[in-house]
Design a protein around this ligand. Sequence first.
Ligand SMILES: Cc1cc2nc3c(=O)[nH]c(=O)nc-3n(C[C@H](O)[C@H](O)[C@H](O)COP(=O)(O)OP(=O)(O)OC[C@H]3O[C@@H](n4cnc5c(N)ncnc54)[C@H](O)[C@@H]3O)c2cc1C
Length: 501
Amino acid sequence: MDLSLLDITGDCHSDPQTLEKFSRDMSAYRIVPALVVEPKTEEDVIKTVQFTGKEGLSIVPRSGGSDLSGASIGPGVILNFKKHLNQPLVVDQETIVQPGMILADLVKQLSDHSLMLPAIPSSNPICALGGNVGTRAVGPKTAKYGTIDAFVTSLRFVTARGEVVDTNRSLPEYLETGLRKIQQAYLADEAGRAIVARRPHIAGGYNLKAFEQYDQMGELAAHLLIGSVGTLGIVTEIRLKPIELRASKGTLVAHFRDYDEFTEASLRLKELDPAALEYSDASCCRHVDGTILNLEDPDIVATLVAEFDDSAEKVQTGREIIAGYDIARLWEINAGSPEEAALWQDRRRIQPSLLKYCREHNLLLLPIIDDITIHVKDFGPVVRDLEDLMRRLGIEISFYGHAGFGSIHARPYFDPSHENLKEQIETVSRESFKILQNYHGTLVGEHNAGRSRSIYLREELGTAFAYLQEIKQLFDPDDILNPGTLFSNDPISTHMDFTVR
Ligand SMILES: Cc1cc2nc3c(=O)[nH]c(=O)nc-3n(C[C@H](O)[C@H](O)[C@H](O)COP(=O)(O)OP(=O)(O)OC[C@H]3O[C@@H](n4cnc5c(N)ncnc54)[C@H](O)[C@@H]3O)c2cc1C
């Protein structure tokens, strides 16, 4: 590799410590890159694309590096935006940010303007806007307000050829005509569209529904890039339309003894349009290192947290709905109270608490089926089927997620000394996929399609998978941008690292 060809103003690292640092994200994978580039300007990004073309290297755009599926690591160049291109350019009703800006910082700055961006992942102190766009980020309020897709108005990105595209302006001719052609084919393909429509509300892979939503090719390109895990273009500027800040009017916490009742209550509460409807199972509540969700009650199966931001009356209607079930406990938490803050802090602590439990018991919390989404009506049956599977395999599991849009973070605990660990991982993944197929659910839900799950997209999408290939072929025919993630056929345990950390 001739680094003198890479004439950039930003930084460039090939020392072993930096390469090791960027060999991981928050997933179970480890791949040591050839080079880490930290661009200072868009021109640096273009020059890096040209350089990788000459050197035959691939590029993985990376912002916060909190990806759970191994989508922000790779063997070529890691293009890290967090170091320099991390500034807000405008914070207003029409916000413009650089991709490396940490989400929590933007949330704070927006709230100073009485504005909010409701798609806030629990990882907001470490994740950044480029990755939020790359994964089509969601948060507890997504059931009511949508994913980040609903708030992005346009993007600037660098293509695999090294051109700058502003989706507000005209696209290069090949993208304009190519996208139009794919759109026409998709709209004429009733069977393909029916497959896509059957998937849960939040599901990963390229956003094919965008073909039905956008007539203007620039807009279509922007909304295809959102959730494309860095495989279609390198985003250099994000324009957002935040909404007016809405405060909580009260929160209900209910402990259920039965999953069917939990499911029915979730569906009924959803009709009240709560700001958030969150779920954690009994095992999660046992492990959580907190105050409100921390429970040792043997009588409960699941906890439901419902926050309302419309009116206090809705809180009372929600209370009446929940009180009609055989619940172990129901709490009403006042808006703005210390208990409300403690509750959301507990919610954010679930994953760290599970990790701590694993460290203490020498277990691995591998995120392999952590990204399930289903139709909300199937909550009880899906969790029961997954519990049965884990019982048969002798594996402990915890579940939590966003009941409001059918998200289940299923977290099995693996023993690193198991003699067939890789086989066990493949079995858990494959058998879980089969269960979800029965319910039109997906393993590629909220967090995106990366190494740990994209292998199932081909089966899940059937004939509609061809559109994903056509889109990739149009934007990046030489597979330079983040190869091995969305279209990988490798067994999911390939490149996994089993160190307990
Ligand atoms: C504790 C924890 C909790 C989490 N909770 C949630 C949650 O509630 N909701 C949720 O959605 N996710 C959650 N996640 C997953 C992850 O944090 C999100 O997907 C987040 O949006 C990723 O942002 P990032 O900046 O860290 O992305 P990165 O890891 O840097 O990248 C993610 C993907 O986006 C691509 N990408 C990054 N920057 C660019 C760019 N400039 N141009 C093009 N592509 C780019 C990367 O190539 C990669 O494929 C959680 C993760 C952790 C560890």
